[in-house]
Design a binder for this molecule. Structure first.
Ligand code: ATP
Length: 367
């Protein structure tokens, strides 16, 4: 009888609760025990009351709840070997032999490292008399499955991360509200949206709201020319009779010399050069809040179920999978490959090698 732990880790994302609900209920349905691990990896490191067996009714109503009801945290201890050693001991003491981790690229990198280190961790626990050889019997193979929960949509090997479309909807709704006042007063608004290294939210929101201009880290404008360019675009739109201006700035926006471009930079420009009455709206944590949109409820439920099936399919030979979605179908990718590819894309973007970043993204689902 498998004992499956479910963790939500990293930044919270709408849909994490429905993922936990799906994992708990699929596990019970398939004759396994399900454990909620509270506060991300902190719960694994601390053990005890931070790990709770879940019953079917414990997750009642979780489909529509925002955030994550089992908590999440940035856990420094899990980045250290001693923290992962404690985590391994707590898992074995509580009889948990499989983990489903719902989090962003950092959380899944940690999960992948934990899986790779597992045999060494067990050996060390026995060598230091923390556990007896008989206690580790049956735990030689750790099954880990990744679910990608992140509003940024920055993980490779999935078309959409759990939470990204909820966040996008919230941004669009907020821009619609801003649009009304911008139109009434003939104002310009500079809207800052989340995304430290990934401009997906900004770009999609720009298209979905018909913004005048979008700044994303993947396509930095010329350090010396971006001011002229945005002014000429905005004044052309104004000349066509547009009464409002909306510019979306991703929080990680940079220019071609890698200098940050902030909402204040853009506002100053629109005021000084075009004389527009310009306001800044930083959407901040509103983008994370609220309940998940239907798409996120759907993919988190399907992927949670799939994750439990992946645990049951797992053998010592099969690599730990990450569950994603591609062209509307659930896909399993080796976690190690998805993590490596995500890092390669991030490195290419940092090096401003956008052609490489694009070709890596195109190769995600290549045979
Ligand atoms: P988001 O996309 O919302 O930022 P994330 O999962 O990428 O989510 P991180 O803060 O990067 O968020 O990671 C969450 C936690 O995962 C960390 O606090 C840490 O406990 C663990 N973690 C991240 N990277 C590693 C790593 N390289 N080794 C071990 N653990 C890690």
């Amino acid at each position: 009888r498998k004992k499956i732990g479910i963790i939500t880790s990293g930044g919270d994302a709408p849909g994490m609760n429905s993922a936990v609900r799906a994992v708990v209920r699929a596990a019970i349905h398939k004759g396994c025990d399900a454990f909620a691990i509270y506060e991300g990896y902190e719960g694994l490191v601390q053990g005890g009351h931070m790990m709770k067996q879940m019953k079917w009714e414990d997750v009642r109503g979780w489909l529509s709840e925002g955030g994550t009801l089992i908590g999440t945290a940035r856990c420094a201890a899990f980045r250290e070997r001693w923290g992962r050693l404690k985590a391994a001991k707590n898992m074995i003491v509580n009889g948990i032999d499989a983990l489903i981790v719902c989090g962003g690229d950092g959380s899944l990198t940690g999960a992948d490292l934990f899986r790779a280190e597992w045999p060494d961790l067990l050996k060390e626990l026995v060598d230091t008399n923390e556990l007896t050889p008989s206690q580790i019997e049956g735990y030689e193979h750790l099954t880990i499955v990744g679910l990608v929960g992140s509003i940024d949509n920055d993980m490779s090997s999935t078309d959409a991360t759990i939470g990204a479309y909820s966040s996008l909807s919230r941004i669009c709704q907020s821009v619609d509200f801003i649009d009304a006042t911008a139109y009434s007063h003939s104002r310009a608004f500079v809207v800052e949206v989340m995304g430290r290294h990934c401009g997906w939210l900004a770009l999609m929101a720009g298209i979905a709201t018909g913004a005048d201009y979008v700044f994303i880290p993947e396509q930095p404008p010329s350090a010396t020319g971006w001011g002229d360019e945005i002014c000429s675009v905005v004044s052309a739109h104004r000349k066509k009779g547009k009464r409002k201006t909306v510019v979306i700035v991703c929080e990680g926006a940079i220019d071609s010399d890698l200098n940050p471009i902030s909402a204040v930079d853009v506002k100053d420009l629109l005021v000084d050069r075009l004389g527009l009455d310009t306001r800044i709206t930083t959407l901040g944590h509103v983008q994370r809040g609220g309940s998940a949109v239907a798409f996120d409820r759907l993919i988190s439920t399907l992927q949670g179920y799939e994750a439990v099936e992946a645990v049951l399919d797992s053998t010592p030979e099969t690599p730990s999978p990450m569950i994603g979605i591609h062209e509307n179908k659930l896909v399993r990718t080796p976690l190690v490959d998805a993590v490596a590819l995500t890092k390669q894309v991030a490195t290419a973007i940092k090096a401003r090698d956008f052609n490489r970043a694009m070709s890596l993204r195109d190769a995600e689902f290549a045979e």
